[in-house]
Write a protein that binds this ligand. Structure first.
Ligand SMILES: Cc1ncc(COP(=O)(O)O)c(C=O)c1O
Length: 375
């Protein structure tokens, strides 16, 4: 590969088939939520093994809907890992509740509930494991924690379609699970999301919530307060094709991870995130922990590669600084010393390009650049 070529962080894997599926919607003259969405939803629920589900406009609103449908709102607290995309916590705030950040483990940056004395208060309603980078939180630990304190589990499985823990699909362990189909997700509908639940009451609430407080269109009587969280058949048509490629996507991403691991195994300054015991993963991202990560990031960028940092810890987010007074009143703090692993992840973590169409040549080029950097 020549040095002026570019290796992006991500490229969606869409083409002729997805294009044809959209055309079919036009030919059938059905573009809003309709038959394609029904089919997409059914296929998703079959895959995930959840009893009920509703499609959502994106993963952020899916979390919001999951919280609202479970009556989580003003006065409530939700335990959220400090290391996640900001939407996990901002959706809690959108629902009117307060996120309580919790540190993660150092092996793969999933929520760690072993140090919990101050975390739970009478206001705590739920714990939100967020399954990061293609593996899954230790759901035995999360379930035991939730049971001990009488909390709901709401899973943010935005990155975890096709990911299992001890044979069970992510998003099926608690009161609700949420998924994202944004362009960089395991499968994409451009924008899109899903809420799953095994609870019929929660499902009914979700139906009202997403469709203007009624369960059928065409009526102007609204038994509940709801909004418009529907999607379009154009998106679902893409989703059906993408779902058909899931096994291929999984295999390609596993091959990508293996090639990175094989190529970089002799570099002692680099280590890979571990899989959770009992998990079957689909590497959403290939994350490495490395020495001197800031300089390596620059070196990769100067070589035409688009690396990403790990998540910026939520307790450090400027957008959440206003929470610090509330935290103090609760006997909690938003300083780095309360979240050492999350801080370590940001300081040492780099996401390498990972997408289904990434070529072996591209992977070898990225690895050569890393080898040269440490040489
Ligand atoms: C862990 C996590 N939660 C939530 C979201 C939000 O999903 P969306 O971008 O579809 O709103 C994302 C998206 O990147 C995510 O990675």
């Amino acid at each position: 590969m020549s040095s002026n070529e570019k290796v992006p962080q991500f490229m969606p894997w869409v083409g002729e088939e997805e294009y044809g599926a959209i055309a079919e919607c036009f030919e059938n003259n059905w573009i809003t939520e309709g038959p394609k969405s029904k089919e997409f939803l059914k296929k998703l629920l079959d895959l995930i093994g959840a009893r009920y589900g509703v499609l959502a406009p994106n993963g952020t609103l899916a979390i919001y809907m999951a919280l609202k449908a479970n009556d989580i709102g003003p006065g409530d607290e939700v335990i959220v890992p400090d290391f996640t995309f900001i939407a996990s916590a901002s959706a809690v705030i959108m629902a009117g509740a307060r996120p309580i950040f919790n540190d993660v483990n150092k092996q793969n940056f999933q929520i760690d509930l072993s140090n919990t004395e101050k975390l739970v208060s009478p206001k705590t309603k739920a714990v939100m494991p967020v399954h990061i980078y293609g593996t899954i939180a230790d759901m035995d630990m999360v379930s035991a924690f939730a049971e001990r304190y009488g909390l709901m589990i709401i899973e943010d499985a935005a990155q975890a379609l096709g990911v299992h823990y001890k044979g069970r699909h992510a998003g099926t362990f608690g009161k609700a699970g949420t998924f994202s189909f944004f362009a960089d997700k395991t499968i994409t509908t451009a924008e899109g999301g899903l809420v799953t639940t095994n609870d019929e009451n929660v499902y009914q609430r979700l139906l009202y919530l997403r469709n203007q407080g009624r369960t059928k269109g065409g009526s102007f009587v609204h038994p509940e307060l709801g909004f418009n969280f529907r999607i379009t058949d154009l998106q679902s048509a893409i989703g059906i094709i993408q779902l058909g490629k899931l096994e291929q996507i999984k295999q390609r991403k596993l091959n990508i991870l293996k090639r990175y691991q094989d190529n970089l195994s002799s570099i002692r300054q680099v280590s890979f995130l571990k899989d959770t015991p009992g998990a079957e993963r689909i590497p959403f991202r290939v994350g490495i922990l490395c020495d001197n990560s800031q300089s390596l990031l620059k070196h990769l960028q100067n070589s035409g590669i688009e690396p990403r940092t790990f998540f910026y810890p939520l307790h450090k987010q400027p957008a959440f600084s206003y929470l610090s007074e509330e935290y103090k009143k609760r006997g909690l703090n938003m300083n780095d010393d309360a979240y050492p692993n999350s801080v370590f992840g940001f300081d040492h973590g780099i996401c390498l390009p990972t997408f289904p169409a990434l070529s072996e040549n591209n992977i070898d080029y990225v690895c050569n650049c890393i080898q040269n950097f440490y040489a």
